[in-house]
Design a binder for this molecule. Structure first.
Ligand code: NAP
Ligand code: MG
Length: 526
């Protein structure tokens, strides 16, 4: 028994590789005592880490990127083993974005968190006004299993780069993906205690974390249902919370689209990571003029995809519950008249949670697959007659995470992008807005609250403090007590001089102010 197990009273849980059914790890199911201890240590370390220089943080973050790159295969294998995804999926979407974000914040955190000087009203001469970015303290991060490394690392790296310490609770299914993040950062020089991983289920260990009074901020990535509850917990204690939640993203293919590119992108955007991507394409809306040729191209590409976490393009799904949701939605669509053009039934007799790429047509708004998040390899394709109808379908649901539009006419693409109610839109592409570290990422409507990545995303992990400075030898201001005689008339005249659009009124006010100003000058210097 390890020390951690001893402290958690010996209770453990197992992680099973969903592609093989074999146990690949066993970890302590942490309870209140461990969570208290970890948060206390994060608090102790917070003061020290907040004092670290940007040069030191840069060294650690850039070194971590190098460690990740040098031992990439091992880390990708860890992620693939816990999720059942292909190693290629792990490299592309778990390693690349993390390497990029480490380097990006390594190089830019200092610039993004410098004090910002601002102008000030004319009535406050001689002042300096600026705002500074200070670490919030201890940030709790909760991450899901679909991109367990990226979605643990994104908020964690941001929080650390801004000078906070972090308590990370990865999804229990993907515990080791959280642990390797800690391992890499500590190997790169991060002080112990600055990032700690707590292991256990969401309902027990996660719940203890979100209710813990020792946190200064929460960052949650996961389902809208749990996110809503986490946000309420944060609100009760009045701490800020960023919520990265579910999506039901649409792609719009206009008659101006390069149909080959649109078809390749739609298949990749729908089936990458076995469709278990918050920003995956879950609905494809196609101008009726190009519907048939587009459908033929999509089918041809999708039919060639092979399942298999080792050899194929499409790995195993990660969670049996999620596979059950996919099966329910496809059955519901079939019952209500949908056509299944390819896929549509579980594959292989083995233990793996393999489900093939599935394309549905003849779908209607009553079907679950049109309204609920699927989070699996299912792509409904729907023709539209005019773009407003397509936008209405794309924007109808409760989610607003991301979207895609395919057209050779960029003006048309931008017009459509502006009208999609989402946190991001890719024109002639999909998914990629997330992996550009300089772009703020997040959702609207029930897809989330707040943003991370980019300059704004780093600043979100800081307390913003406004500071004014006055450094002249002056005993009192005109608005300090006692007010000068006829101070109110003078103040009103100043208001007119500053803001009135009436030239006569401004001139009169100026004349009125002159003797007052002289009087004040004398009075002030008494
Ligand atoms: P989930 O069930 O909401 O779980 C997310 C995390 O919360 C896991 O670590 C989970 O732990 C934990 N958790 C569960 N119940 C909790 C509780 N009562 N208190 C505290 N923590 C709790 O989501 P999921 O099924 O893992 O992930 C799929 C969802 O995430 C989808 O809806 C997807 O769209 C969304 N997602 C959003 C984004 C984004 O950036 N917007 C990215 C990826 C995924 P356990 O797993 O150990 O129970
Ligand atoms: Mg879940």
């Amino acid at each position: 028994m390890t020390n951690e197990e001893a402290r958690s009273g010996g209770e453990t849980f197992a992680v099973v590789n969903p592609a093989t059914g074999r146990e690949v790890g066993r970890y302590p199911l942490m309870g209140r005592a461990e969570v208290d201890r970890v948060v206390a240590r994060a608090r102790e370390t917070a003061a020290e880490w907040a004092q670290s220089s940007f040069a030191e943080r840069k060294k650690i973050l850039c070194r971590a990127a190098a460690i990740l790159a040098d031992d990439g295969r091992r880390y990708a294998e860890v992620v693939a083993e816990e999720t059942g995804k292909t190693v290629m999926d792990a490299v592309l979407a778990d390693l690349f974005p993390v390497g990029d974000l480490l380097s990006y914040y390594g190089k830019n955190a200092k610039k993004f968190l410098q004090p910002v000087k601002v102008g000030r009203p004319a009535l406050l001469p001689g002042r300096k006004a600026y705002y500074t970015f200070e670490p919030k303290g201890v940030v709790g991060v909760i991450s899901p299993w679909n991109y367990p490394f990226t979605l643990s690392a994104g908020p964690t790296i941001s929080a650390l780069a801004a000078g906070n310490t972090v308590v990370l609770k990865p999804s229990s299914q993907t515990t080791r993906s959280g642990l390797i993040l800690q391992e890499i950062l500590e190997q790169a020089g991060l002080p112990r205690g600055a990032l700690q991983v707590i292991t256990g289920s969401g309902s027990r260990t996660g719940q203890l974390l979100i209710e813990h009074p020792g946190l200064d901020m929460l960052f949650f990535t996961g389902s809208t249902a749990v996110g809503r509850m986490v946000n309420v917990k944060a609100a009760e204690r009045l701490i800020p919370a960023v919520m990265e939640l579910g999506g039901k993203d649409a792609a719009i293919v206009t008659r101006q689209a390069d149909l080959d590119r649109a078809a390749h992108a739609a298949v990749w955007g729908a089936f990458f990571n076995c469709g278990q991507t918050c920003i995956s394409i879950e609905l494809c809306l196609v101008d009726r003029a190009v519907y048939e040729p587009f459908l033929a191209k999509v089918l041809a590409i999708a039919k060639d995809l092979r399942s298999g976490s080792r050899a194929g393009e499409i790995g195993s799904m990660t969670m049996a519950d999620q596979l059950a949701i996919v099966e329910t939605q496809v059955a519901d669509a079939r019952e209500k008249g949908a056509q299944v053009l390819t896929g549509g039934a579980r594959e292989g007799g083995g233990p793996g949670l393999f489900y093939p790429p599935t394309i549905l047509t003849e779908v209607t708004p009553e079907m679950k697959v049109m309204t609920e998040e699927t989070f699996g390899p299912v792509l409904p394709i729907v023709p539209y007659d005019n773009i407003l109808e397509a936008l209405e379908l794309a924007n109808r649901g409760p989610y607003g995470l991301s979207g895609a539009v395919f057209t050779r006419d960029l003006e048309e693409g931008r017009w459509i992008a502006r009208r999609m109610h989402t946190g991001s839109v890719n024109i002639n592409d999909c998914l990629v807005a997330y992996v550009i570290p300089a772009l703020p990422f997040g959702g609207v409507k029930q897809s989330g609250v707040g943003r991370y990545h980019g300059r704004l995303g780093l600043q979100a992990f800081c307390n913003i403090k406004a500071i004014t400075e006055f450094a002249y030898d002056l005993t009192k201001e005109p608005y300090y007590y006692p007010f000068p005689p006829e101070g109110d008339a003078a103040a009103l005249a100043v208001l007119s001089v500053l803001h009135s659009h009436n030239p006569l009124r401004r001139f009169t006010a100026l004349v009125k102010l002159l003797p007052g100003a002289i009087k004040f000058w004398r009075y002030r210097n008494k």
